[in-house]
Design a protein around this ligand. Structure first.
Ligand code: EPU
Length: 421
């Protein structure tokens, strides 16, 4: 069997309109939240990505019944109530968001056994903050044979200060606290738009949450039978949106990125402005106009509202053809620079030093075979390929398929010379 690859050739300025699908890092958590009340849910604006299938398989093994209709971007999820409180390794290892079943199952059923997630291609990804927060609420853990077994007849409200505004820890603590007795206050909570989306759905289900979107989230516990299922539309994916902004910009194109929410990507768009990219908010998206020549800038990744680490490979790809030198500093995942070697194969001039990448713009990139080391890096290689002479062929595209809903079709619709081969 020949594995699919993506072939990109340079040429056209991208022009037209592209729709941004729903957010991967929202939908996966919303799906897990369907564990919290029996009955029938509908999620809409669901992206057609492989991670949704993987999460559906995990939740199916736990006992939810899930029908995915990608054509209508819709998931129907039925929770029959009789759930298996186990998340097995074969499924957990495939997807980081599987850890998001911990809070809902522990909060609702008082017990769960879940395989510890392993590392990622870009480094170690522990869950110590998830566990210490839940322990403060009264949970007890035993870790054996690679599984964590969590028990708590009832969780109790607690005041928890996170060492770092972890997205996953904030989500697990919020979902667990929904059914805790009393009030939980999470300080230094993560503020990402996907967390706001999750909290909005939980509130619609009957949870009592305040401070959503701020760094102090307060959850007043409710009884286990007080939550009910809902219909909920997933927010647009800010990283996919940023990918189309970057693709338009690198080709000097003019593209309307429909459904992009500028407030979800404000800092990035400001920095793109510093690079000479015009991004004008429209009533339902943004209009992007790329410059003749991109300007180099320095960028630091930070938790929201800073420039997200997930945008970084796109920024590095843009800097690869910008007018001078830019330094990109990674503050979340020390190992997230592996794709730099692949960009170098395209002729990029990048030096890494610890968690910094020093990117000296070159006049032209030059197409080559490369491989996608992870979702975001894969997309950045596609973007770079749009301006690399000759042909760029990207392998390991299953990484891209985890998080991108028809990247190739969407770029082709804007005039890119791109195909899956
Ligand atoms: N961390 C700890 N201990 C913890 C939790 C996190 O040390 O208990 C560290 C992590 O190792 C990492 C940093 O804190 O170095 C950030 O982790 P965080 O918990 O904020 O991230 P996450 O929930 O594991 C989500 C996204 C990532 C995204 C990060 C940061 C999902 C499924 N994943 O991960 O998205 O990079 O937030 O914004 O929501 C992607 O979509 O490609 C992706 C990797």
């Amino acid at each position: 069997m020949t594995l699919p690859r993506i072939r990109v050739r340079p040429g056209n300025r991208l022009v037209g309109t592209v729709d941004v699908p729903g957010a991967k890092n929202s939908v996966l958590k919303l799906m897990a939240a369907c564990l919290m009340a029996d009955g029938d849910y509908v999620l809409t604006n669901v992206p057609g990505i492989d991670d949704v299938t993987t999460m559906a398989n995990l939740l199916g093994a736990i006992g939810l019944r899930i029908t995915h209709d990608p054509g209508r971007a819709r998931l129907e999820i039925s929770n029959p109530g009789n759930l298996q409180l186990v998340a097995p390794y074969e499924l957990v290892e495939q997807i980081r968001a599987s850890i998001n079943v911990l809070g809902p199952l522990l909060g609702r059923f008082g017990e769960v056994r879940i395989a510890l997630p392993g590392g990622d291609d870009f480094g170690s990804r522990p869950i110590d903050m998830h566990l210490s927060g839940l322990a403060a609420m009264g949970a007890e853990f035993t870790i054996r044979h690679g599984d964590v077994h969590a028990v708590a007849d009832r969780l109790y409200g607690a005041e928890i200060t996170l060492d770092f505004p972890s997205v996953g820890a904030t989500e697990n603590l919020v979902t667990a606290a929904v059914f805790a007795k009393g009030t939980t206050i999470i300080d230094n909570a993560a503020r990402e738009p996907e967390i706001v989306d999750l909290c909005n759905m939980l509130v619609a289900m009957g949870a009592r949450i305040e401070g959503v979107g701020s760094s102090t989230i307060t959850i007043h516990g409710v009884e286990r039978d007080e939550l009910r299922p809902v219909n909920h539309a997933v927010i647009p994916d800010r990283v996919q949106a940023a990918t189309y902004v970057a693709a338009a910009a690198i080709t000097g194109g003019e593209v309307t990125v429909r459904n992009a929410v500028p407030e979800h990507m404000e800092m990035l768009l400001r920095r793109f402005g510093d690079m000479g990219i015009t991004v004008e908010p429209q009533h339902n998206g943004v209009l992007v106009v790329g410059p003749d020549k991109l300007r180099s800038i320095d960028v630091v990744t930070l938790p929201f509202p800073g420039v997200a680490t997930d945008y970084k490979p796109l920024v590095v790809a843009l800097l690869s053809v910008a007018d001078s030198v830019g330094i990109v500093t990674e503050n979340l995942y020390p190992g997230r620079f592996r794709y730099v070697d692949e960009l170098r194969r395209l002729g990029a001039n990048i030096r890494t030093d610890g968690h910094h990448a020093i990117v000296r713009g070159v006049p032209r990139l030059s197409g080559a075979p490369v491989h996608a080391p992870d979702i975001r890096a894969g997309a950045a290689l596609v973007v770079a390929g749009l301006v690399a002479d000759g042909e760029t062929v990207i392998s390991d595209v299953h990484h891209i398929d985890r998080g991108y809903d028809d990247l190739v079709g969407r770029l082709a619709s804007l005039g890119a010379d791109i195909a899956r081969v």
